[in-house]
Design a protein around this ligand. Structure first.
Ligand SMILES: [Zn+2]
Length: 334
């Protein structure tokens, strides 16, 4: 990028229009199907002073003025964009997941050392069944974005009519219902692909018990891994994969590190002075926003530690932080 400037918050807040779904010639035949973007290590962000009392000058959102904020191409995020050679499509949709996740190199010296090497930010969507499975892989030590895994998920135990209504209600209003219908796959297939992706990044070995190595999931609340994934595994008739047995609830780390409560992603962002990008309740955009909160917390010196663990025998979840948000407002869904 040639030069950088801050985008006024007014252009970022509340941007939620995806009325033009990415048209696709044939969603299932694509030369880019297996394409995974290579890590982008260009560090270009600058930082402005922050309203947070915790530390100054750690905002993580600055974008090139020549590259205004654009919604992600949701075919691309799932390896199914067939229009990478169409300039008007590239102009409309972002095809670089790292764009909103760039950090200031000066911060890398300020942050504290981390025990974990990698953090997997996950923010599921779906109330009855999981509809979207987005994961962002972040380097815990450099705070950099490394890669992502994103799939829309097709419910298996709902009638077609119910699914259509469900999708229209949830994704129709933000213009992503078409891409959902074009790309959604059953949860069991998504999990298989996710495991291949984990293996590709050396984060997981089935033979060694199937837990994550050097990495942990980061969630905003306990709902995703305490409630939703086990429920979906039951519905889909599979065993809960061992790597889903522990996670870092960012809200608990936030409470203990800053000494103040944040009930959700939006309140963490508000308290830290980080403007939200994209559509709230679109999983890939929410994950990016959570990742930006995470980057900021790493930069401020917060140590990422496991906050919850599931006992493989009893299935009971043990919470490891004494000081935690006991009764979070029930998470928004669907
Ligand atoms: Zn595209």
């Amino acid at each position: 990028m040639a030069y950088l400037t801050r985008i006024p918050a007014g252009r970022i807040f509340g941007f939620c229009s995806r009325s033009i779904s990415s048209p696709i010639k044939n969603p299932f035949v694509s030369s880019t199907l297996s394409h995974v973007p290579s890590p982008k290590f260009t560090i270009t962000a600058q930082f402005s002073s922050s309203p947070s009392p915790s530390s100054a000058e750690t905002n993580t959102q600055v974008f090139s003025s020549s590259n205004r904020w654009r919604p992600m191409c949701l075919y691309y995020t799932q390896g199914k964009c067939t229009q990478m050679d169409d300039p008007s499509h590239l102009e409309k949709f972002n095809h670089d997941c790292s764009r909103d996740l760039q950090v200031n190199p000066a911060l890398i010296e300020k942050k504290c050392s981390q025990d974990l090497d990698f953090l997997l930010v996950i923010d599921l969507e779906g109330k009855v069944e999981i509809l979207e499975f987005p994961v962002l892989l972040m380097d815990a030590k450099s705070m950099r974005f490394v890669d992502f895994f994103h799939r829309f998920v097709r419910p298996t135990k709902m009638s077609e009519l119910a699914v259509n209504r469900y999708i229209e209600g949830k994704y129709g209003e933000i213009g992503v219902d078409r891409v959902w219908h074009d790309t959604a796959q059953p949860f069991t297939e998504v999990i298989q692909q996710f495991e291949a992706w984990l293996s590709q990044h050396n984060l997981w070995e089935k033979e060694k018990g199937g837990c994550l190595t050097r990495a942990a999931f980061v969630t905003c609340g306990n709902w995703d891994l305490k409630t939703k994934v086990p429920q979906q595994c039951q519905v889909s008739g599979i065993k809960l994969p061992p790597y889903f047995r522990e996670w870092v609830n960012l809200k608990d780390v936030y409470l203990n590190f800053y000494g103040r409560e944040a009930r959700g992603m939006m309140s963490m962002m508000k308290q830290l002075g980080i403007p939200s990008l994209g559509c709230h309740h679109l999983g890939i955009d929410d994950s990016k926003n959570i990742a930006r909160v995470l980057q900021r917390m790493l930069a401020d010196g917060a140590l990422m530690q496991i906050t919850a663990k599931r006992n493989p025998e009893s299935q009971k979840v043990e919470f490891l932080f004494e000081n935690r948000i006991e009764h979070p407002v029930r998470r928004r869904q669907a």
